[in-house]
Design a protein around this ligand. Structure first.
Ligand SMILES: Nc1nc2c(ncn2[C@@H]2O[C@H](COP(=O)(O)OP(=O)(O)OP(=O)(O)O)[C@@H](O)[C@H]2O)c(=O)[nH]1
Ligand SMILES: [Mg+2]
Length: 280
């Protein structure tokens, strides 16, 4: 009897060891967070990247972190709306929409183990994370950073979206670049800066790309647009940002026409070492 029990024990230990080894080999998860200002194209880019990787035979899953969104242009594999309901939170705690979103995000952070279990069950190679419209909720409150830090993944990167329709003046460009830098500081992730909606801005794109790659051109453009306090504030911020290297590579894309997506995917491959898995 003891012999049989020992055999069972040895068998159990061996299979659990094998299981752990398989898990270790399988879990080479790479996580791509998509962040940016409200309406900048995060959800649409999430769906485009998901389509691209799936088409190229890469097992990709999407995690929606936005508890307030109604319609999404993709099917989520993991969805925080399964854990929280904004309307019920508003009613139950007598909160407005923003208060309810803050509370929802705190509840979501407390569900990290459940979210992680869902990711483990799906066990994708890449996880694309669509973040909430309210970037301050995601990046500046502790719940967003907690989620970024606690999703277990071999590699993580962040794509920050500059809304092409917002950065058509040099002062706006510097303001959003300041936000992008602040988010990078806060999330502490390798970041790829992207300008979206290039299909809507025509020849302005050429100016934006010049501003992002040549400090003197941007300073001249700011001087043409503003003077006095705004000029000195903007140029002072700009010099600090430039030292931080925000302008090194701003990828122009259109989620609608697909222009530029190949270059973005190439940049992701380089950062996440995806090259050997995704070949065009
Ligand atoms: N023309 C054009 N429209 C775009 C592009 N990207 C997104 N849009 C549109 O912009 C709107 C907002 O896009 P979303 O993908 O929902 O943006 P989001 O950042 O997820 O929005 P929130 O989650 O609400 O902050 C939608 O109507 C999109 O169809 C683009 O590259 N070009
Ligand atoms: Mg969205």
């Amino acid at each position: 009897m003891i012999f049989i029990l020992n055999l069972i024990l040895i068998f159990y230990n061996l299979t659990s060891l094998k299981y752990k080894q398989i898990k270790k080999i399988q879990r080479r998860l790479k996580t791509i967070f998509i962040s940016g200002t409200a309406g900048s194209g995060k959800s649409l880019l999430t769906s485009k990247l998901n389509e691209y990787y799936t088409k190229n035979g890469v097992f990709t899953a999407v995690l929606n972190l936005d508890p307030g969104v109604e319609n999404l242009p993709y099917t989520c594999d993991i969805d925080v709306r399964d854990y929280v309901d904004i309307v019920s939170i508003m009613k139950q705690y007598d909160l407005g929409p923003n208060g309810a979103l803050i509370m929802a995000n705190d509840i979501i952070a407390s569900k990290i183990d459940d979210i992680q279990n869902e990711v483990n069950r799906v066990n994708p190679d890449y996880l694309i994370v669509d973040t909430p419209g309210q970037i301050e909720l995601f990046a500046y409150r502790s719940s967003g950073k907690f989620l970024v830090e606690n999703i277990t993944s071999e590699d993580k990167t962040n794509i920050f979206l500059f809304d092409g329709a917002l950065i058509t003046t040099p002062v706006n460009f510097v303001s959003i670049a300041l936000l992008a830098t602040s988010i990078r500081l806060r999330l502490n992730l390798p970041t790829i800066n992207v300008v979206t909606k290039t299909d809507l801005i025509g020849s302005k794109l050429k100016d934006i790309l010049q501003w992002s790659s040549n400090l003197r051109t941007l300073e001249n453009a700011i001087a043409n647009e503003s003077d006095g306090e705004i000029y000195s504030l903007t140029t002072n911020i700009l010099r600090g940002l430039n030292l931080g290297g925000f302008a090194q590579g701003l990828f122009p894309i259109s989620n609608v026409t697909g222009d530029g997506l190949v270059n973005l995917e190439g940049a992701l491959s380089r950062i996440l070492n995806l090259g050997e898995e995704v070949e065009d």
